[in-house]
Design a protein around this ligand. Structure first.
Ligand code: NAD
Length: 286
């Protein structure tokens, strides 16, 4: 293996320590503790594990958190009413909702309902608009983590070619936008792209976010590139990404593993955005 592993666990741990220190300063100097609320509907095991891990990390850094695990037959108006009360709750600075939410609930209504000031994963269309127009909002957590990992390589990014595999609103498109902001030339590939390999072979930076195990083969990777694997797929009970890791690592200069790459960054970014939301709401700077 030639490629250097981008260690998301280590990078996120360092970030969490920085966040913890800042929260410490904020609570000792101002008596303010940032708060995050997590809403999820249903009893999906993976969502439960993810939410528990958010709550655990909140405790670790000194963030206040509230969890709302609602039964799967919860009505839309009940979810909206919880969001409205959290929007008014002074102890809560950030709100996230786990998607997909549940049958019979209009996701769009939920997205619009989250206060734009507390929208720490950038789901409210107002903040989505801000993201694409260089205005101040929130950078969605997973894309923000992806960019931090790419920047952690220390490589000069301007002018490089990037290929993002996946065009979802929560990963592919915002990652593409953030890469544009870093002055890369970006192609976004998707399920209808003809000859993915042709694009990938030219890419200095690859971000794989298709949710298809082993879609990105080692032979498709350009020598010396940066490969970020966002995919989380369970195959034979094992968590794997979208990239054929071993073979890709022989070609890439830097590569993220799954698990231990993008995953840990997402929660770190969520806590960072919650701290940011709190500072903005209190009109403070650290
Ligand atoms: P999605 O299903 O909404 O979108 C997948 C995208 O991949 C689509 O745009 C589709 O066109 C594209 N695609 C599918 N098959 C393809 C193919 N054969 N060739 C090229 N493109 C193809 O998924 P999502 O929500 O964007 O998530 C993508 C992956 O990232 C999933 O595995 C998800 O679990 C993972 N994810 C991880 C984190 C994390 O924190 N690590 C966070 C969010 C999503």
């Amino acid at each position: 293996m030639k490629g250097k592993i981008i260690d998301g666990r280590k990078i996120s741990k360092d970030l969490l320590n920085e966040i913890k220190e800042k929260i410490n300063t904020l609570s000792s100097n101002q008596g303010i503790v940032p708060g995050l609320a997590v809403i999820y509907v249903g009893d999906d095991k993976a969502s439960n594990i993810y939410v528990e891990s958010i709550i655990k990390k909140c405790k670790k850094v000194g963030l206040y958190s509230e969890k709302y695990n609602l039964p799967k037959d919860t009505k839309e108006r009940e979810v909206l009413s919880i969001i409205e009360s959290l929007n008014r709750n002074k102890k809560i600075n950030g709100i996230i909702v786990q998607f997909p939410i549940a049958e019979g609930i209009d996701e769009n209504k939920i997205k619009w309902a989250v206060s734009e000031q507390k929208d720490v994963d950038c789901i409210n269309p107002i903040n989505v608009g801000r993201l694409y127009t260089n205005s101040v909002g929130f950078i969605p957590c997973t894309p923000k983590g992806v960019i931090k990992l790419i920047k952690s390589t220390g490589e000069n990014l301007a002018g490089k070619k990037a290929v993002v595999v996946g065009r979802s609103n929560i990963v592919g498109k915002p990652v593409g936008e953030l890469l544009l902001k870093e002055d890369l030339t970006v192609s976004i590939c998707h399920s209808k792209t003809r000859n993915l390999e042709e694009y990938l072979l030219k890419a200095d930076v690859v971000v794989a976010a298709a949710g298809r195990p082993n879609l990105v083969k080692g032979r498709m990777i350009k020598e010396g590139s940066i490969v970020i694997d966002v995919g989380t797929n369970v195959v034979d009970g094992k968590l794997v990404g979208d990239v054929e890791f071993e073979k890709a690592a022989d070609k890439a200069a830097f590569i993220t593993p799954v698990p231990g790459g993008v995953g840990p960054m997402t929660i770190a970014m969520l806590l960072e955005n919650t701290l940011e939301a709190c500072l903005r709401q209190c009109e403070l700077k650290l």
